[in-house]
Design a protein around this ligand. Structure first.
Ligand SMILES: [Zn+2]
Ligand SMILES: [Zn+2]
Length: 218
């Protein structure tokens, strides 16, 4: 039970916003649970995020769940179909990856999957006003970063604290990644205190990334 108490401590508490983290046992993927009042925005439902959500429901009053996908690799979408959400946000360029088990890497890990063509995806641009979606292709064609109230940036596998995502998987593209890094550099330079929540590894400030991440620091 001690473990539960520890797991259910938010990393961030900022007015009506709370951010919880669940780290998956599959590639240590970070699933971010962002609570704004009673609305939950679940970024990347990795393996184990469904049971974490059940635990969270015992602690927090949640009356609406929406899922935001940074991209559609297996480690980030493993529990997607097990979560009862009102909406799923995914960049249109990523749908092909999600629906093809050889592209989303379920096949390579011999994990069975069934994502139906019928899932209704919302375009990330349609998120409510606290959020801004930034299309950052490179790791995959539809990779998207999500900026929350100009203070928190969820980067999936595009940017990590000290590195960036690989571009050698299906749909990856180094030139696109370079442009995405340029775009994000401008944002990070404007907001040095911005907190970056990546798809793997620790949280970092924009300042840290600009100085220590070799793909950003000149
Ligand atoms: Zn990935
Ligand atoms: Zn990943």
């Amino acid at each position: 039970m001690q473990r539960e108490g520890k797991l259910l401590k938010p990393l961030v508490e900022d007015g009506k916003i709370k951010i919880y983290l669940h780290v998956s046992d599959l590639f240590a993927e970070n699933s971010w649970f962002v609570l704004i009042d009673t609305s939950l925005f679940l970024i990347d439902p990795g393996r184990g995020s469904r049971s974490y959500l059940e635990e969270l429901k015992n602690k927090e009053h949640i009356d609406m769940i929406q899922v935001l996908l940074t991209h559609a690799h297996v480690d980030h979408i493993h529990d997607l179909m097990a979560i009862n959400s009102e909406k799923i946000y995914l960049h249109p360029a990523e749908k092909r990856i999600l629906l093809d088990p050889s592209l989303n890497l379920f096949e390579q890990l011999s994990i069975s999957t069934a994502f139906s063509e019928q899932i209704n995806f919302e375009e990330p641009e349609k998120l409510r006003s606290e959020w801004k979606a930034i299309h950052t292709p490179g790791h995959t064609p539809g990779s998207t970063c999500y900026l929350l109230v100009d203070s928190y940036l969820f980067t999936g596998d595009t940017v990590f604290a000290d590195s960036i995502g690989r571009t050698d998987l299906p749909g990856g593209n180094w030139e696109e990644m370079e442009s995405s890094i340029k775009l994000l550099t401008q944002l990070l330079q404007k907001k040095p205190d911005l907190l970056i929540f990546p798809g793997h590894g620790p949280v970092a400030t924009a300042k840290h990334i600009l100085k220590e991440n070799p793909f950003f620091s000149q």
